[in-house]
Design a binder for this molecule. Sequence first.
Ligand code: LRH
Ligand code: MN
Length: 394
Amino acid sequence: MRNNDVRIVDALQRFAVELPSWGFANTGTRFGKFLQPAAAVTIEEKFSDAGHVHALTGACPTLALHVLWDVPDGAGGAAEIDRLSALYGVRAGSINPNLFQDQQYKFGSFGNPEAAVRAAARQHVVDSIALARALRCRDVSLWFADGSNYPGTANIRQRRAWFVENLRASHAALGPDQRLLVEYKPFEPAFYHTDIADWGMALLLARAAGPQARVLVDTGHHYLSQNVEQIVAWLLAEGLLGGFHFNDRRYADDDLTLGSIDPYQVFRIFHEIQLFEHETGGPADIAYMIDQSHNLKGKIEAMIQTVAMAQALYAKAALVDYDRLLRAQRQADLVRAEECLQDAFATDVRPAIRDWRAARGLPADPLEAFREGGYLQKITAARATRAASPSSYA
Ligand code: LRH
Ligand code: MN
């Protein structure tokens, strides 16, 4: 078996994680939003902050955009995004239509009983696909708040049929190299039924939509007792795993920083993926993305912490001794098999990661470098004068 450091360097070389533009903005809960003077409001500020995190970590070259929050002019805003990408050194990543905040979506978007509202939602997705093409972005990532709050108020099978129809129409608008990512969520904001509530529904809808559709796993979108890595293993086996929204949670969709509550959970997910790659002999075609809202932590610090944690957990998962593990599994040697994962997880990969950074001219400790670098003071002064962002979320 190759030594750990070689495996860690290989893992870091192939690992990149996408940042969410909305993670840099002031966000809150229904009980309030605590404003940070340095929080980003404009798309330029979001690119600037993401560019700074990428400059410090070398591991997050793309920024996820939420269309109505970041590029309200759609494809017409592509040139400005290209300018900002060149200026700040991060490219636009996944394109996320907003199908939940407009008043017309009170009773749903793709699942809305009103044909005109379904048509408007479909048009927004088609426009978002056109924006993605204009930006040479591969993934259009769909999350629907659609559902109901009370039994009997929604025709669940009728809505499912509308989702199939509208996802097929969306798929038909894709370019040959583009993908549609279908994200599921069991509840919130709907509290009786959600139209795409779990991985099985997302899988069946992705399959019905067409060959370029995949399932997106948001780690926070599961009941507490669900085995997320088993879902990941099944989606890999079905060839329908498209990507992740990583975050952490103690209770529900808390959107806390990755690995802050259960780092072993993310390690187990990375293990299932890397074992799949080991057994199939090739890289799984997965988009690793962050989806968090930093309501209390400093937004940029939380992002740097998240990228570093993701790198460390991905590197640890690369240290599992597959020959030993697969032999132990075949022999039902439970303890030896379990030890293979626990040994890898217990390995301190930080020295090797520091060396990997130093070898690339990156700061050995990006968080410390950020704290001492003066960027926060600079943007706090520059952004302090303007009014806080009007928008409800990001
Ligand atoms: C929904 C979600 C979705 C995004 C939003 C910001 O909970 O996970 O991925 O659109 O958060
Ligand atoms: Mn998400």
